[in-house]
Design a protein around this ligand. Structure first.
Ligand code: WQD
Length: 338
C-alpha cells in the first residue's frame, strides 16, 4: 500500500514516515519546507535505508496534487501540513485560516476526483479548550481560544460533514497531546525556526547552552507544584499511532476520533527535573507571569485508542528527555561545524 503524507518533512510527519517505511509501506511526500528542510528527508532515508517519492510544493496547489495522484497509486492520505504556532495564529489569523483550511479543502477535493477516500487528520488536544474535568475523553465539549485551534475545529467539522454526505469516506481524526522527544538515532527531531514557542525545544536550547534559562510561565496554577501540567507523548509513539490508524482504516468505514496521549500528566518543573536528571545537565529557570490563554492541566484518557487501534504509548518521560537531548546535541554540533 502507498500513502501520501502531507507535511512529511515536519517533526511528526518525518517520524511517521520512518514508521511507515519500517512497516513495509510505500510513501509519497509533499512539503513546501515552510517549517522544515530537505535534510530531514535525507535523514529518513539514512534511518530506514529506504527511498520514497517527494514533491516540493504547497498543498493548496490542486494542479500539483492532481499530478501526484495521477503519478502515484495512493491508497490513503495522512494530512500533517499546516501552520501550528498558537501565538503566531493570533497575530496572523488570515494566514492561518487560508493555509490550514484551503489546503485541506484542496486535498479533499483532489482525493474525491481521484477516488481516494481514506484520510487520517492531524488534529490537536487544543480543540478541548479548558476541560471541565480530567482525564479528557473524545466526547468532551470542544472549543477554541485561538485561530490555530479554530482551524483544527473547523477541519474536524468539515470531515464530519463530508462523512455524513457520503459513506465512501473512511476518516480518522487523531488528537495529539504534547509531542516531544526524537528518533533514537538523533538524526531527526523537533527543530522550530526562531525562538521556540513550545517548552521542550526551549528547554533543549537551555540544556545545550544556547539560552541561559527557561522562563516558566506561572507557578500559581492549581497543580502539584503550581506549574502547568501536560500529557507529554514520545513522537515515536505518536508516529506508531498513525500506522495503527492506517491499518484500522483498511477495513473500517466511518469516522472515528482518537486521543493520542499517554494518560499521564507532568508539570513544567517535573519536565525540567527529568531533563536535568536523565542527561546530567543543569537547566536553570526563572518563574515569569502566566502566558495568556494557557490552561492549568491537560492530559488524555487514551483508552479508546488502546481498545480500537490496539495502540498504546510505550515510552516514558525519561525516554523522551534522553532522546530529545541526544538530537539537540547533534544539532548543536552541526551548528558548531558550520
Ligand atoms: C506546555 C507547558 C506552558 C513554554 C501547544 C499547542 C498545542 C500543540 C502543543 C500543536 C505550558 C509551559 C511553555 C515556555 C513554559 N501544538 N511553557 N515556558 O501550550 O500545552 O500546547 O503546543 O499542535 O496545540 O496549544 O504546549 O509546550 O507551549 O506549553 O513555562 O517557554 O509549558 O505554560 O504549561 P501547549 P507548550
Amino acid at each position: 500500500m502507498k500513502f501520501l503524507v502531507t507535511g512529511g518533512a515536519g517533526y511528526i510527519g518525518s517520524h511517521t514516515i520512518v514508521e511507515l517505511l519500517n512497516a513495509g509501506y510505500e510513501v509519497a511526500v509533499i512539503d513546501d519546507f515552510s517549517n522544515s528542510n530537505a535534510e530531514t528527508l535525507e535523514n529518513i532515508k539514512k534511518i530506514t535505508g529506504k527511498d520514497f517519492s517527494f514533491y516540493e510544493g504547497d498543498v493548496c496547489d490542486k494542479q500539483l496534487l492532481n499530478e501526484i495522484f495521477k503519478k502515484e497509486k495512493i491508497d490513503a492520505v495522512i494530512h500533517f501540513a499546516g501552520y501550528k504556532a498558537v501565538g503566531e495564529s493570533v497575530e496572523k489569523p488570515l494566514m492561518y485560516y487560508r493555509n490550514n483550511i484551503v489546503s485541506t479543502l484542496s486535498l479533499l477535493e483532489v482525493m474525491e476526483e481521484n477516488n481516494v477516500y481514506k484520510f487520517v487528520f492531524s488534529s490537536s488536544a487544543t480543540v478541548y479548550g479548558k476541560p471541565h474535568t480530567l482525564p479528557i475523553k473524545e466526547d468532551f465539549p470542544l472549543s477554541a481560544t485561538n485561530p490555530y485551534g479554530q482551524t483544527k475545529l473547523m477541519i474536524e467539522q468539515i470531515l464530519k460533514d463530508l462523512r455524513t454526505s457520503s459513506d465512501k469516506w473512511d476518516i480518522v481524526i487523531l488528537r495529539y497531546f504534547n509531542p516531544i522527544g526524537a528518533h533514537e538515532s538523533g538524526l531527526i527531531g523537533e527543530e522550530p525556526n526562531g525562538i521556540p514557542n513550545n517548552i521542550m525545544p526551549y528547554i533543549m536550547r537551555v540544556a545545550t547552552g544556547e539560552y541561559d534559562k527557561v522562563h516558566v510561565f506561572g507557578d500559581d496554577y492549581d497543580t502539584i507544584d503550581g506549574t502547568g501540567v501536560r500529557d507529554y507523548i514520545h513522537v515515536v509513539d505518536l508516529a506508531k499511532g498513525h500506522v495503527a490508524a492506517l491499518e484500522y482504516l483498511k477495513d473500517k468505514n466511518g469516522l472515528d476520533i482518537f486521543n493520542l496521549g499517554t494518560g499521564n500528566g507532568y508539570s513544567v518543573l517535573q519536565l525540567i527535573d527529568n531533563v536535568s536528571e536523565v542527561n546530567e545537565v543543569d537547566v536553570p529557570y526563572i518563574v515569569d507571569d502566566r502566558r495568556p490563554g494557557d490552561i492549568a492541566s491537560c492530559y488524555a484518557d487514551p483508552s479508546f485508542a488502546n481498545e480500537k487501534l490496539g495502540w498504546k504509548a510505550e515510552k516514558d518521560i525519561k525516554d523522551m528527555c534522553k532522546d530529545a537531548y541526544r538530537f539537540a546535541n547533534k544539532q548543536k554540533s552541526k551548528k558548531i561545524i558550520k
